[in-house]
Every structure is written in C-alpha cells, then in structure tokens.
Design a protein around this ligand. Structure first.
Ligand SMILES: [Zn+2]
Length: 312
C-alpha cells in the first residue's frame, strides 16, 4: 500500500508523518500515523484519537494496542492516528487555533479553514481506505464519562461491533453534521465512537476498557489474535440519554458514582448554599445508568449535573 507517497509492504510496520501545515514560525506540522500492514490480506481499519486536542485517553489506548500488533502475523491492516488535532494537542485545546471544531469540519476541503484541510487529509489518506473505524473521545467541559460506545444501533453491523467492543453501555446516537462519524459513514465505513474519562487526564478504567474493546474488534475481524483477550461482559444498549440539571445555584455534592444504576426518584446529588444549608436535591426522573457527570463542585441553576442513560 502507498500512503502519502510512502510505500508500505505487506508484513511491515511504518511510522509516517503526514504533512499538514506550518506553524506561524515556519515549523512544519505533521499528523503522525502508525500503520501495521499485515502480511496476509484482510480488512483495513483505522483508530483515531485527539480529534479534540485535549482528549488524550485515546492516545494511550492506541499506544497500548499498536505496541502489541505484529504485521508479520496479521491478516489486514490497522491505521492508527493517535493525534488528529495536532494543533490542539500541543496547546491542550479542544479546538483549532481559530476555535473551529475539527469534528464539525468533515469531510473537509483542500481550500477551507485549517480544520477543514486537516479533515480532508484524514478522509483521503486514512478513512477512505477503511471499512471500519474506532474514534476515541473523552468528556469535555469538566465532565467525566463512563466508558461507552456511541453508534448507530439501528445498523445491524454497527450494533454487533458495539457488542463485540464490550464497553459497559452502548448508546444509540444520531450522527452530527460535519463529524468524522458522519463523513466516514457516508463513505461506507462502520464507525464506533468510544467516549471515556475526561479531558487532560488518563484513568485506568477508561484506558483498560478501551484497550480491551479495540482488541476485541481487531480479533473479531480476524486481523490479529491478541495475546490477551477480555471477555466482553453484558453490554447495556440504551436508546435515550438525559441530563439531570441543577434546580438551584450553589455548591454541589454528588450522591452517585459513574456506572451506578438508579431508580425513578433516586437521589443523585444535593446542592448547598455557602452557609452549608441544603437548597435542593436532584432526583432521577426515570430508571437509568449514570454514564457521566460534571466534575465542577460549583453549579449555576440549569447546569447539567448527571447524565443518565434511560434503561426503563
Ligand atoms: Zn471529543
């Protein structure tokens, strides 16, 4: 195979720097790719992380997964893009320097904004070669997520892969305009979006579930037989999610943890004033699974506090 002018023979691993742009100082900026091109024919898949530059859990997942791949024994190809938003990654920002969201800039164009140009290169050199991809994300805006897959669960192949991945919950999610998932789906690929943990941080659970999930998908496609393979547990499939919001402004105390199952009326959180008096309790409106929550201890009335997947 030839990627951006680099020939990669079957059975070889290549590290490629895709030229993207130059910094204002003139320094070249490149998108790193790790390509494991199997000796035998098989499916081609991609792994992408840090499309939002501050979401680094996926960078570590890709490091662990690619380290154990051996192209000499593989049937198929894994193209890993551990840092898609190179600019944001270097500055710890979710967005591009002009505040554009790369995940709203797909499929991109060669004459558009910087984000659109990066999206276009990612589409041409990576996504269009692949029949399946896993895009790795984390919670934004001081929120933390339970490891979860977001995907089109109405599509049989996608739903099956969400089960194979084995994260504790898979949520049906419509594609968003301009997202990598939408552009890749329209290009004919099956796409899983993995959401786990929080921006700027690694956490063991998010990394472990993500590494196991990617290994499970690679194994189920017959690309490689990982040294260790976790048995996917039961995956809760959810159609809807809902944020429980603060009814008062004040100091927040959470009463549930990520992954907790709650009943209608369960107390999720309390809000206190600065004198220590309880102002409000936040309760679950229906049965659900806690899939995310804010990490901010101070809230305004109306702030999203607890994210519940509806399991009723
Ligand atoms: Zn993201």
């Amino acid at each position: 195979m030839v990627v951006a002018g680099n020939e990669i023979r079957p059975g070889r691993r290549a590290k490629i720097e895709l030229p993207l742009a130059r910094l204002m100082s003139g320094t070249p900026v490149a998108l790193p790719l790790i390509i494991n091109h199997g000796r035998r024919a098989g499916p081609t898949i991609w792994l992408s992380a840090a499309i939002h530059g501050d979401e680094v859990v996926g960078v570590e997942i890709i490091r662990q997964v690619t380290a154990e791949l051996d192209p000499k024994t593989m049937a198929g190809t894994v193209i890993a893009a551990p840092v898609v938003n190179v600019h944001g990654f270097n500055t710890g920002d979710r967005y591009f320097p002009d505040r554009r969201d790369l995940n709203r800039s797909f499929p991109g164009s060669s004459r558009g904004s910087l984000a659109a140009r990066v999206a276009r290169i990612m589409m041409t050199e990576v996504i269009k070669r692949c029949e399946l991809g896993i895009d790795l994300h984390s919670g934004s805006d001081h929120r933390i997520n339970l490891p979860q897959i977001r995907a089109d669960l109405d599509d049989t192949a996608t739903r099956e892969m969400a089960r194979v991945f084995g994260a504790p919950v898979a949520i049906h999610a419509k594609v968003r305009d301009g997202s990598l998932r939408q552009a890749a789906t329209e290009a004919g690929a099956t796409v899983l979006l993995y959401e786990a943990g929080e921006a700027h941080r690694f956490d063991d659970l998010s990394v472990e579930v993500g590494v196991a999930g990617v290994r499970n998908v690679i194994a189920s496609l017959g690309i490689a037989d990982p040294a260790t393979r976790a048995d996917p547990g039961d995956v809760v499939l959810a159609r809807r999610t809902k944020w429980a919001r603060a009814a008062r402004s004040g100091v927040l105390h959470l009463d549930v943890r990520l992954g907790a199952s709650v009943e209608p009326g369960s107390q999720l959180a309390s809000i206190y004033d600065t004198y220590g008096k309880r102002l409000s309790r936040i309760r679950a409106g229906s049965a659900g699974l806690v899939i995310g929550h804010t990490q901010r201890p101070l809230v305004n009335r109306g702030d999203a506090v607890i994210h519940l997947a509806d399991t009723s």
